[in-house]
Write a protein that binds this ligand. Sequence first.
Ligand SMILES: C[S@@+](CC[C@H](N)C(=O)[O-])C[C@H]1O[C@@H](n2cnc3c(N)ncnc32)[C@H](O)[C@@H]1O
Length: 327
Amino acid sequence: MAGNNSLTKAKANKEDEFYTQISDVEKELKHYTKHFKGKHVFCNCDDPEESSFWRYFALNFSRLGLSRLTSTHYKESGESYRLDIYKDVPESEKHKPTFLTLEGSNIELPLGYITDLKEDGDFRSQESIAILQECDIVVTNPPFSLFREFIIQLFDYQKDFLIIGNQNAITYKEIFNYLQSNQMWLGANYGDMAFKVPDHYEPRKTRFWIDDFGQKWRSLGNICWFTNLDFKKRHEDLILYKKYTPDEFPKYDEYDAINVNKVAEIPYDYDGIMGVPITFLNKRSPEQFDLIGIDRYVPDNPHYGKRFTLNNKEVYARILIKRKASK
Ligand SMILES: C[S@@+](CC[C@H](N)C(=O)[O-])C[C@H]1O[C@@H](n2cnc3c(N)ncnc32)[C@H](O)[C@@H]1O
C-alpha cells in the first residue's frame, strides 16, 4: 500500500496529467486549417480514449483532408499501443483490431486500426521516433516536465508542430533561441485554460474544482501554444499610442535599453532596445519588431544569467525588442 501511495504521490507531483478540452483544441486549430491537407498528423502523448486531440482530428479527418492520423498511448512501465486512421487503408492493416472513439454517439468516425507497441509509447522511444520520422505535423499537449526535451526532439527531426506549453518555458534558453531565430512562435490563444485532471490529484485552494459528474478540474493562467505553422493573426501589427519620454521609460542600471512595464504602452517612436514583459510574444508581429534577446541571457548582459535592475531593484523577466527600421 505504502508503495502505491508513494507512486501516486510521485505522479501527482509531476503534474503531467492535464487533459485538454476539445473546445480549446478547436479554438486554436481553426487558425491553421490550410496546413493540414494531405498531411499525416501524429499525437504522440495521447491516449486515444481520453485525448481531445485525437478526437478532434478523428472528427475532422475528412474536412481537413488528412492522409493519416496516428496516436500513441503512453503507459508507464508497460506495453502500449498505437492507433492509426488512414485515408486509404493499406491491405496490411485491414486484418487488425479496430477502434471507434465516440461511444454512444451517432457521429460517424473513421475506424482506427490498433497496433500493439513493444515499448511504452514514450515519445523518445524507438517506436515513437519511427512514427515521428514518417509524420508531417505533431499536435499535442506534451508532459510539461519534459517540455524542453520534447521541443528539442521536434527540431532535431525537423517537424512541423503545434503544441501546448506553459509561458514559463519561453524563458528557457534553448526555447527562447528558437523564438528569437523565428524558427518557432506563439500560437493564437494565450492565457487561461482549464484541464481535466485525474482523481488522485490533490484539491487546491485556487484554480481547482469538481464538477457535477465528480470530475476534477484545474485551470492555469499562463498557457500558450508553440508552433512553427504560420497563421494570419501573427502578422498583424500591434497598434501603439504612447510617445517615448525618458521619465516614463527609464534605462536599466547597467544595460542600454529602456524599461516598458506594459505591452500596450510600448512607445511607438523609440528606436533603441526596449525591455518588455514576456506576454509581448503573444502580440509580436515579426514584421514590426525584432527580438534581440532575453534579459538574463543576452550576451552583453554584464551580469549574465541575472535579470536587469532599475535603481538597484530587480525587474521582472523582460524580453528585449527593437522596432524594425522600416516601421
Ligand atoms: C499534459 S497531458 C496531456 C494529455 C493529452 N495530450 C491531452 O492534451 O489531453 C500529457 C500526457 O503525456 C503523457 N506522457 C507522460 N510522459 C510521457 C512520455 N515520456 N511520452 C509520451 N507521453 C507521455 C502523460 O501520461 C499525459 O497523458
